[in-house]
Design a protein around this ligand. Structure first.
Ligand code: ADP
Ligand code: MG
Length: 397
């Protein structure tokens, strides 16, 4: 079901409470990477152009009562003000009298940023009382934080749950995520190829099962492949292997025989380090004292052959330890292959996968790079995300 967006509601002169994802990396009290702030600008700018009073809220990191100082939203507010070219009033509380007074004094075109929502213990508990106080600030609720939509917190789901009459709509970023991920999930143009990698199978077993059912081919790389090798009885040396998941891997190999493609060769190293000696070996000839840190050149060729005719590709999880240059080739080669696919829909999900594509300088060659890690996986698994479920359904045309 399509969701209403900010285009579908009247925001003129209204108090619009927007859940954004400003969970950005900080360094020395400055925003180290403002990608997530930039991603929210179209929504904020639209609301300002339409004379709304814009009240923004987000979580930032995992603050504890002892170290709150490091997780205040002040650096975010400064960067946002620079990007918007207008003042952003940062408040030192999430709810309470100070916030109520500041919101009551707002004029259309004003921007307020509330303090880190996780300073309130009720945020993660989805406490109805906190949600009611937040809802009282708003005439319209907007969720543009796709990356947090898999969590039922007060700011992502609670506000609408305690005030069902409050208009609740998607921002542009949320809309885009639902559109592209939704298209791949529901109506993939075929051939549909899924690439899965990353560290562990256990993180991704649900999505692997679901995607294997839907896709025409599933290419497996990264540390995840090692557990499949173990299931096949290959020597995996000192590689990352999840013993508890070997049975699961064996079951998947049986159920999706012919659809699952494992690496045929690997780059191995004597230790987990950027300057470790790298050597290419057949996956059935991994030395007992070596660990697999990347897919090998023959695997890149093989995966390339399967990817070339693809019309839809969903990729989650790096093919190797791309953080180390020596073991980044497989991941970057896959990014290159996707960048060169003509007329195909290419969607990348996952925090590290998105970082790898960015590092390769190829983000703008993908149809869509999701801003949601866990959220994009839960969505692709077919789960209904609480932060999406609460939004008003669009009227059927
Ligand atoms: P995403 O965030 O895109 O969902 P994951 O978090 O599942 O991806 O996995 C990313 C991590 O997997 C990276 O830090 C990468 O170094 C690691 N990784 C990939 N291949 C291997 C491998 N062969 N051995 C150990 N770690 C690996
Ligand atoms: Mg990750």
């Amino acid at each position: 079901m399509r969701k209403k967006t900010i285009r579908d509601v009247d925001v003129n002169g209204k108090r619009v409470l927007v859940r954004v994802d400003f969970n950005v990396p900080l360094e020395d009290g400055q925003v180290a990477d403002d990608m997530r702030i930039r991603a929210a600008l179209p929504t904020i700018q639209y609301l300002l152009d339409h004379h709304a009073k814009v009240i923004l809220m987000s979580h930032l990191g995992r603050p504890k009562p002892e170290n709150r100082g490091q997780f205040r939203m002040d650096p975010v507010a400064r960067r946002l003000a620079e990007l918007l070219g207008r003042p952003v009033k940062k408040l030192d509380a999430v709810v309470g009298p100070e916030v109520e007074a500041a919101v009551a004094a707002m004029q259309p075109g004003d921007v307020i940023l509330l303090e880190n929502t996780r300073f309130e213990p009720g945020e993660k508990k989805n406490d109805p009382e906190l949600a009611r106080q937040l809802a009282a600030l708003a005439d319209v609720y907007v969720n543009d934080a796709f990356g947090s939509a898999h969590r039922a917190h007060a700011s992502t789901a609670g506000v609408k749950q305690v005030r069902p009459d409050l208009p609740a709509v998607a921002g542009f970023l949320m809309e885009r995520e639902l559109e592209f991920l939704g298209k791949v999930r529901e109506h993939p143009e075929r051939p549909y190829v899924v690439i899965l990698g990353g560290a562990k199978i256990s993180d991704k077993i649900g999505v692997l099962e679901r995607l294997a059912q839907r896709a025409d081919a599933v290419l497996i790389g990264g540390g995840m492949a090692n557990t499949f090798f173990e299931a096949l009885g290959y020597e995996t040396g000192t590689s990352l292997v999840e013993e508890e998941a070997v049975g699961t891997a064996r079951g998947l190999l049986q159920r999706y025989d012919g659809k699952l493609h494992l690496p045929v060769d690997a780059v191995v190293a004597d230790r987990f380090a950027p300057d470790a000696d790298a050597q290419v070996v057949d996956v059935q000839a991994v030395p007992a004292d070596k660990m697999i840190l990347d897919i090998g050149p023959q695997t890149i060729e093989h995966f390339g052959d399967i990817l070339r005719p693809a019309k839809t590709v969903f990729w989650n999880g790096p093919m190797g330890v791309f953080e180390f240059e020596r073991f980044a080739k497989g991941t970057f080669a896959i990014a290159e292959l996707l960048a060169r696919l003509d007329g195909a829909t290419t969607v990348v999900g996952g925090g590290d996968s998105a970082a790898a594509v960015r590092k390769a300088g190829l983000s703008d060659k993908m149809t869509h790079v999701s801003t949601g890690g866990g959220a994009s996986l839960e969505f692709m698994e077919g789960k209904e995300l609480p932060g999406v479920a609460v939004l008003d359904d669009a009227d059927e045309a």
